[in-house]
Design a protein around this ligand. Structure first.
Ligand SMILES: Cc1cc2nc3c(=O)[nH]c(=O)nc-3n(C[C@H](O)[C@H](O)[C@H](O)COP(=O)(O)O)c2cc1C
Ligand SMILES: C=C(O[C@@H]1CC(C(=O)O)=C[C@@H](OP(=O)(O)O)[C@H]1O)C(=O)O
Length: 358
């Protein structure tokens, strides 16, 4: 089932961008786990559209309504289900152009796979909107990890060709979280935002890279081969719409290094094994080695743009031109920072429960 993810902590997503609601069912939360609703609200706010970064003008309160599995501030241990109502849908944006396949979006594949029965409004079930319930569930998973001393932080590393080259401490990354635009260096952040507005004013869009770090992990999460930490994180990240690449540690740069440079040498620190460097991103043979898990994801430019593009009218089977005048993010990256952290939390909490909960 493609809507369900996880082994010990299972999540099932449902809904469409313009349906009555979107939501998620979380199965496997430890009974009695306290849930901080304020932390959930903060996460939802950080994912929400933000006019100051040229994001979609759709205004959704994004208040999750928990309908089961939660009692007196704690998880009951039975499935926790929540839905988020869609309130500011403007489906007329999609009426006139319903048959015109949006280049870069899932209109063509959705139409073919579901024999034209797919709900194309706002991207339907393919929509980035489905990341709202993902953030809801992930922010609970994040709380579960925090209880165990595991923390997650992320930052915007680049937008288009503008890169923040700095390498930062975990606490500097954590400080980025409270910023509206989660880049660490303020000079780079300004240039990145200018780039987004430039694309917006040209009727175009841009992408970028998010770096994410999971700190405080024990040695031994994950398994070799198909249960590797890399494969589990990659599965989750590629489930997030618009994510097109992932690398761990030095990633592709490892190919330009010699073995003597790429190897992370074990050292003794206070009588325990640690590593001199972390070029392999805290993972060895698919298993956490106690160093921070570091990965970066590549996010494509938003598909729906105002600039004229070539397409096909799938009903008339004719080539056509398309300009999209709806409400769209000029860049998905700033809003996706929270999505990446929460999606990573779901994976790491699942891996945690596999080892420490039976
Ligand atoms: C937080 C978030 C917001 C998004 N906003 C938009 C948007 O406003 N317009 C759009 O066309 N795509 C947006 N997307 C991306 C599309 O949903 C995505 O590109 C599409 O479903 C096709 O999937 P793919 O790019 O993974 O192939 C967004 C994605 C995310 C994660
Ligand atoms: C609503 C959200 O983003 C939506 C993601 C999206 C897409 O195609 O992914 C298309 C747009 O939908 P609509 O045309 O209905 O405004 C965005 O606004 C959200 O993230 O909450």
């Amino acid at each position: 089932m493609s809507a369900t993810f996880g082994n010990r902590l299972k999540v099932t997503l449902f809904g469409e961008s313009h349906s009555a609601a979107i939501g998620i069912v979380i199965d496997g939360l430890p009974a009695g786990m306290e849930i901080n609703e304020e932390k959930i609200k903060q996460a939802m706010r950080r994912r929400a559209p933000n006019a100051s970064i040229a994001s979609t003008k759709r205004k959704e309160p994004d208040i999750p309504e928990i309908v089961s599995g939660y009692f007196k501030g704690k998880a009951t241990g039975t499935p926790l289900a929540a839905f988020i109502r869609n309130q500011d849908t403007r489906s007329r944006d999609y009426e006139k152009t319903a048959a015109l396949l949006r280049p870069g979006h899932a209109d063509y594949t959705g139409f073919m796979k579901y024999h034209g029965a797919n709900d194309y409004r706002g991207g339907g079930h393919f929509s980035g909107r489905l990341t709202a319930p993902l953030v809801f569930a992930g922010s609970i998973a994040r709380q579960l990890l925090e209880r165990e001393g595991v923390r997650i932080a992320a930052r915007i590393q680049s937008i288009a060709e503008i890169t923040d080259e700095g390498s930062y401490s975990f606490s500097q990354l954590e400080e980025a979280e409270i910023k509206e635009f989660a880049a660490v260096d303020s000079g780079a952040a300004e240039k990145m935002q200018e780039k987004i507005f430039e694309a917006h004013s040209n009727g175009d869009s841009v992408g970028g890279i998010i770096e994410c770090v999971v700190d405080g992990l024990p040695v031994g999460l994950g398994e070799p081969f198909f249960g590797s930490v890399e494969s589990r994180l990659a599965h989750m990240m590629f489930s997030v719409p618009a994510i097109k690449g992932i690398e761990f540690g030095k990633g592709f740069e490892l190919t330009t290094m010699q073995g003597s440079e790429a190897n992370d040498s074990p050292v003794l620190q206070d009588g325990k094994v640690s590593f001199e460097t972390n070029y392999n991103g805290g993972i060895g043979g698919g298993i956490t080695n106690g160093m921070p898990v570091v990965f970066r994801v590549a996010i494509r430019p938003t598909p729906s743009i105002a600039k004229e593009q070539k397409t096909v009218d799938i009903k008339a089977m004719k080539e056509a031109a398309l300009r999209i005048h709806g409400r769209h993010d000029s860049c998905i990256v700033p809003r996706a920072v929270e999505v990446v952290k929460c999606a990573a939390a779901l994976v790491m909490a699942d891996l945690w429960l596999e080892v420490y909960n039976g």
